[in-house]
Design a binder for this molecule. Structure first.
Ligand SMILES: [Zn+2]
Length: 376
């Protein structure tokens, strides 16, 4: 597909920047994108939430009473994992219509697609509401870059609708749950393992807490779109060696919430439920998002994607959370669609790939969505 070569090349270039988070080091990747966008007529600003942890905001247009359309994506990627890869994770190898590498699906292909769409339309945007591209660092560790931008005041500007280019195989998904990740800590007194009566075992306390967590009842009605909240104990660490009474244990808890749940209230419920032996610390705290499928713009996106996908798209929500948790509230709650070229099941996997034809399809979808928005 010669017409999409530039797009695939850009995706491969982005994959070649090693932005594994931690440590992230997104700055060189952000500056590469910023340079392309500046050359294309965008006004670009960079914002670091920590050293080399660079997000960027690029805008163009604005000659209208309508707010611009926002496209967003992150440029950090998750670690490679323990299993060996059968391809070089940063080379962007292409075989059988698949582009392989860490971040191909999640989500450098999506970022490349909206950047190329934006550059294609740059001239038109000058005469309409235009677009704002929010490209973030640190998404994979709890939307750090997006929350940083949201906290900076004027940096994000305005947006009338948001496209989150996370992997959906180009299906327009309408929202996702929130996430509350907690670290539960128990403490005790260490002693020789042969004299446990001299100590106070933190692991026993953690084990009791884990049993309680398995039985925890959210006691909340099922949300008709998002379903039920969930709780999973994902990690347990306790003790230093086999022949000592452990004085510290930590349990990692991953809670996915529906829209009616207040995270602060939920956390204090859990604190009461687990009792005074357990101390809770929030590690990630992000809200859910959901747009009414009957929303006028959502209907327009649905119509565009019906045409492009050659059939009616799925009406569903994403299993993961996204930067929309930070950006949608920061923009005052505009309609938000999650729509990107990656394959959701390939995210974070060994031998991650994205289908090459989906990247061009996403670019075409973004061009159509942005053109119609710009004609408002
Ligand atoms: Zn992602």
């Amino acid at each position: 597909m010669p017409e999409s070569l530039g797009l695939v090349e850009l995706t491969r270039t982005l994959v070649a920047f090693e932005t594994i988070n931690p440590p992230g080091n997104e700055r060189p990747c952000a500056e590469h994108l910023g340079g392309l966008l500046e050359d294309g007529g965008f006004f670009v600003s960079y914002h670091d939430f920590a050293d080399t942890r660079t997000s960027l905001v690029a805008r163009i247009g604005g000659a209208s009473d309508t707010k611009p359309l926002c496209f967003t994506g992150h440029i950090d990627v998750v670690p490679l994992g323990a299993a060996p890869w059968s391809v070089d994770p940063f080379a962007g190898e292409i075989a059988d219509g698949k582009l392989y590498g860490r971040g191909t699906t999640d989500m450098k292909s999506g970022v490349a697609a909206f950047v190329v769409a934006g550059l294609n339309l740059a001239k038109d945007f000058a005469k309409g509401p235009g677009v704002v591209l929010v490209i973030t660092a640190g998404e994979e560790t709890g939307c750090e870059g997006a929350y940083h931008l949201a906290g900076l005041g004027d940096v994000l500007g305005e947006a009338g609708a948001i496209v989150v280019a996370e992997p959906t195989s180009n299906q327009p998904w309408i929202g996702h749950k929130g996430a509350l990740w907690l670290k539960a800590r128990t403490t005790g007194v260490t002693a020789h393992g042969s004299m446990p009566e001299q100590g106070d075992n933190a692991v026993y306390k953690a084990a009791r807490a884990i049993g309680q967590l398995e039985d925890f009842d959210f006691n909340i009605a099922r949300h008709q779109v998002l379903g039920k909240p969930t709780l999973n104990v994902g990690s347990v660490h306790g003790g230093l060696n086999i022949n000592s009474v452990p004085d510290l244990a930590e349990v990692g808890i991953d809670i996915r919430t529906i829209l009616d749940q207040d995270h602060a209230i939920l956390r204090s419920q859990l604190t009461g439920y687990l009792g005074e032996d357990v101390e809770l610390e929030s590690v990630v705290d992000v809200g859910g998002v959901l747009t009414d499928p009957a929303d006028e713009w959502m209907q327009e996106v649905h119509e565009i994607m019906t045409e492009i996908l050659d059939g009616p798209p799925e009406s569903r929500t994403a299993p993961y959370f996204t930067d929309a948790s930070a950006l949608t509230p920061a923009y005052g709650g505009p309609p938000t669609v999650i729509l990107g070229p990656g394959e959701a099941v390939m995210a974070h996997q060994t031998d991650e790939y994205c289908l090459v034809n989906k990247i061009g399809e996403a670019r075409d979808a973004y061009i159509e969505i942005a053109s119609r928005w710009n004609a408002r």
